[in-house]
Design a protein around this ligand. Structure first.
Ligand code: CMP
Length: 227
């Protein structure tokens, strides 16, 4: 297999496939590079491909007429997006923007649907991940509609911890916390409120901040108290 396609081996939805099958998938797709800020997928457009992140980060957003955005999630290496409109034939459900320099593996609709038929393991992994995303969206809906500022910011931190956190002895460590403006757009609040709440969580001993590294000392207790 060509060096540039080796990353496919560590993509979670392909975890149950052997080397030959992965090679087959490598031959079906192509690789494209994006710069930070590039729009990869636009809400309401028709979708013709799905994407797997090789490197970098993307944010999935919904934007209103005034340009205000709510961040649904930030995805990183190994994650996929763009599958929804291929599965139901409807328009793109959200806009996806490169949040850093990003390199993506792109598979077109027909090849993607063929893969699901040929490898039921991929369909099962895909369903498991879609279920996880739905649970996460449920928690976000609850937080946005029922929680005060501390609950919303705490939920945004928990979402990031669930996605990219390292769990050790009950603590969740986030190596690279998203920008405060991005956290604000996840929590449906202002950057100033995020800043205020982060300081409050530090003072109350729930978290430690060290540059871009954030540690939630007792993940379970924090989740129980705020989510
Ligand atoms: P699609 O609708 O084709 O294009 C936008 C993509 O954003 C969508 O597929 C999903 O891959 C992704 N997406 C939409 N909503 C969410 C969400 N709540 N959580 C994670 N990813 C999402």
């Amino acid at each position: 297999m060509r060096e540039e396609f080796k990353f496919l081996i560590s993509v979670p939805i392909f975890a149950d496939l052997d080397g030959m099958d992965i090679e087959k998938i490598a031959n079906l797709g192509s690789i494209k590079k994006y710069r930070k800020g590039n729009i990869i997928v636009m809400e309401q457009e028709t979708g013709a491909s799905m994407f797997i992140i090789i490197s970098g980060k993307v944010k999935v957003v919904r934007i209103d007429q005034d340009g205000r955005e709510v961040i649904l999630t930030i995805l990183g290496p190994g994650d996929f997006f763009g599958e929804m409109s291929l599965l139901d034939g409807l328009e793109r459900s959200a806009t996806v923007v490169a949040n850093s320099k990003a390199e993506l593996f792109i598979i077109h609709r027909t090849e993607f649907l063929d893969l699901l038929h040929e490898f039921p393991q991929i369909a099962t992994s895909l369903l498991a991940e879609l279920t996880r995303r739905m649970r996460r969206a449920d928690a976000q809906i609850k937080s946005l509609s029922l929680k005060d500022a501390s609950g919303r910011v705490a939920n945004a931190l928990l979402m990031v911890a669930d996605d990219v956190g390292m769990f050790r002895k009950g603590a969740a460590e986030i190596e690279e916390l998203p920008l405060q403006q991005d956290l604000a757009n996840m929590a449906g609040t202002s950057r100033e409120t995020v800043s205020r709440m982060l300081h409050q969580f530090v003072r109350s001993g729930h978290i430690t901040l060290d540059g871009t590294k954030l540690t939630i000392h007792n993940y379970e207790a924090f989740r129980k108290e705020f989510r």
